[in-house]
Design a protein around this ligand. Structure first.
Ligand code: ADP
Length: 468
C-alpha cells in the first residue's frame, strides 16, 4: 500500500500527466475561443468566397492545433498516436486536397477533441487544484493544531473542535486526535489524488489516440500502397534495363554479323577457285549468317517497339504502288523457284493510307513471303487492296496449308512457329508477324488473320486513310 503510494508519488509520469491536466484548461479555453470565433466568422461569411476561405483557414488552423495537441499527448501523456494525416499522393491538386481533408475522419474527430478539451480543461484544472488544496490542508491540520496549542494555550480551540474540548479533563486530547486523524487522511489523500489524476490523464490519452490519428487500417493501407509503388518502380526500372540490354546487344551484334556476311560473300565470289566441299560449307555459313542477321534485326525492331523508340515516318502512302513493288521483288521466288501464282489487284479510286512506306513494305514482304512459304506448288497467292469503313484494307490470301484454329490466335506472339513450320524449317524465327503487329499499331493500323487448315489463310491489314 505504502509502496504503491510512494511509487505513484515518485513516478515522473504522474507529474507529467498532472502538468498536462493543468495545461488543458488554458489550452482548451484558447482552442474553444479560437475555433468558435473562426467557425462563427467563417460560417457567417460562408455564403461568399471569403467566408469559404476563412472556413478553410480555420480548418487548417484547427488541424495545426490538433498536431500540436498530438505532440503534447505523446510527450506528456505517453499516448501512442499514429500520424494525423497520411502523406499526400503525388500530383494532388488543391481541390483534391480539400476534398481529402473534408472527407477524412481525423479532420472531424480532431475538431471534437479540441472542443471537448475546453470543458475537460476547466474540470481537470479545478480537480487538480481542489484535490491538492484539500489534501495539503488536511496534512497541515495537526501542525496547525500543535502550533495553536503551543502559542495560545489559553484560548479555546478552533470551533470545529469545540465538542471535543473539555475544561476538566486533559486539555485538548480528543481534539488533537481528530486533528491527527485529519492529517493522516491528508497524507493518504495526496497519493490517492495523484493516482486518480494520473488515471484521468491515462483516459484522456486514450481519447487522444482515438481522435488525433489516422486509423490503423488507413496506416496499413498507406503502407501497402507505398510498398506497391516501390515494387512498381523497381519493376519498371528492371524492365527498362532489360530493354536497353536487348537494344544495345542486338545493335552491337549487327556489325560483326555484317562483317562475317561480307567476308563469306567475297570468298564465295564466282570464279574463285575452291574445293567443292569448302564451297558447300561456306554456302551454309553464308545462309546461316543471313539468317542470324535478320534475327538480330528482328529482335532490335521488337526491342525498339517496346521502348517506344520506333522512329516512323508516317505520311500518305499510295498502297497499290507499295504492293506492286513487294510483288515484283518476290515474283522470282514464286515463279522461278516454285510454280506459284502471285496476283495483286486494287480497287479504283483508293485514297492514300497513312503509313511509313518502308515499314509497310517490310510488313507486306513478310506476309507475302509467309504465304509463299506455306503454300504448296501450284497454289495462288493474292494481294487485294480495297477500302472499307473509311480505312484502306490490304488482304493477303493464299491457298496454302492454313493454320490450326488453336494456333490462329498465337501467330502474332513472339517466336511462335507452328509445328508444321518447324518441321519444314521455313527459315523463319517466329518474329515476323509480331513485328508486323507492332509496326502497324504504331502506324495507327491493325492486322488480323483468318484461316482454314488445308484451304488457305487470309491476313487483313487495315490502315488509316489520308484525311480528306
Ligand atoms: P516466321 O515466318 O518467321 O516463322 P512469322 O511470325 O511471320 O514468323 O509467322 C509465325 C508463324 O505463323 C509461322 O511460323 C507459321 O507457322 C504461321 N504462319 C504465318 N503465315 C502463315 C501462312 N500464310 N500460312 C500458314 N501459316 C502461317
Amino acid at each position: 500500500m505504502v509502496d504503491q503510494a510512494l511509487a505513484v508519488l515518485t513516478n515522473g509520469e504522474t507529474y507529467r500527466r498532472i502538468l498536462y491536466l493543468l495545461l488543458a484548461f488554458p489550452l482548451g479555453t484558447a482552442y474553444f475561443v479560437l475555433l468558435v470565433t473562426g467557425l462563427s466568422t467563417g460560417g457567417g461569411l460562408a455564403v461568399i468566397i471569403v467566408g469559404i476561405g476563412i472556413l478553410w483557414l480555420t480548418m487548417e488552423g484547427w488541424l495545426l492545433l490538433a498536431r500540436f495537441e498530438r505532440q503534447l499527448a505523446i510527450q506528456l501523456l505517453g499516448a501512442n498516436i499514429p500520424p494525423i494525416s497520411l502523406p499526400a499522393p503525388a500530383g494532388e491538386s488543391w481541390r483534391q486536397r480539400i476534398g481529402r481533408t473534408l472527407t477524412d475522419r481525423v479532420t472531424w474527430t480532431s475538431l471534437g477533441y479540441l472542443l471537448v478539451e475546453f470543458p475537460f480543461g476547466i474540470a481537470s484544472f479545478t480537480l487538480v487544484l481542489v484535490l491538492f488544496t484539500v489534501s495539503l490542508a488536511f496534512v497541515l491540520t495537526p501542525v496547525a493544531y500543535v502550533l495553536q496549542v503551543a502559542f495560545r494555550p489559553q484560548v479555546p480551540i478552533d470551533v470545529n473542535f469545540a465538542p471535543f474540548i473539555s475544561n476538566n479533563g486533559p486539555p485538548y486530547g480528543a481534539a488533537f486526535l481528530v486533528a491527527l486523524l485529519v492529517g493522516v487522511v491528508g497524507v493518504v489523500m495526496i497519493p490517492a489524488s495523484a493516482a486518480a489524476l494520473s488515471g484521468l490523464g491515462w483516459l484522456w490519452a486514450r481519447f487522444a489516440e482515438a481522435t488525433l490519428g489516422v486509423s490503423q487500417s488507413q496506416v496499413q493501407l498507406a503502407a501497402a500502397q507505398a510498398e506497391a509503388r516501390t515494387q512498381q518502380v523497381r519493376a519498371e526500372r528492371s524492365e527498362q534495363s532489360r530493354r536497353e540490354l536487348i537494344v544495345n546487344a542486338s545493335h552491337e551484334l549487327r556489325t560483326p554479323v555484317a562483317s562475317i556476311s561480307a567476308h563469306v560473300e567475297s570468298l564465295l565470289k564466282p570464279g574463285r577457285p575452291m574445293d567443292d566441299e569448302v564451297r558447300k560449307y561456306l554456302t551454309v555459313v553464308a545462309t546461316e549468317t543471313d539468317r542470324l542477321g535478320s534475327l538480330v534485326d528482328d529482335v532490335l525492331a521488337l526491342a525498339r517497339a517496346d521502348a517506344g523508340e520506333l522512329h516512323l515516318d508516317i505520311r500518305p502512302v499510295d498502297v497499290p504502288a507499295v504492293v506492286d513493288h513487294v510483288c515484283e521483288a518476290l515474283a522470282p521466288l514464286a515463279r522461278q523457284e516454285r510454280t506459284l501464282s502471285l496476283l495483286h489487284s486494287a480497287a479504283p479510286d483508293l485514297p492514300r493510307a497513312m503509313a511509313d512506306p518502308d515499314r509497310l513494305t517490310q510488313v507486306l514482304t513478310n506476309l507475302v513471303r509467309n504465304a509463299l512459304n506455306h503454300t504448296p506448288d501450284g497454289g495462288i497467292i493474292s494481294v487485294e487492296t480495297t477500302q472499307a469503313d473509311g480505312r484502306v484494307v490490304i488482304k493477303v490470301s493464299d491457298t496454302g496449308i492454313g493454320i490450326d484454329p488453336e494456333d490462329l490466335h498465337r501467330v502474332f506472339d513472339r517466336f511462335f512457329r507452328s509445328d508444321q513450320s518447324r518441321s519444314r524449317d521455313t527459315g523463319g524465327s517466329g518474329l515476323g508477324l509480331a513485328i508486323a503487329r507492332d509496326l502497324l499499331s504504331a502506324m495507327g493500323g491493325s492486322i488480323t488473320a483468318e484461316s482454314t487448315p488445308g484451304v488457305g489463310s487470309v491476313f487483313l491489314v487495315s490502315l488509316r486513310r489520308e484525311a480528306a
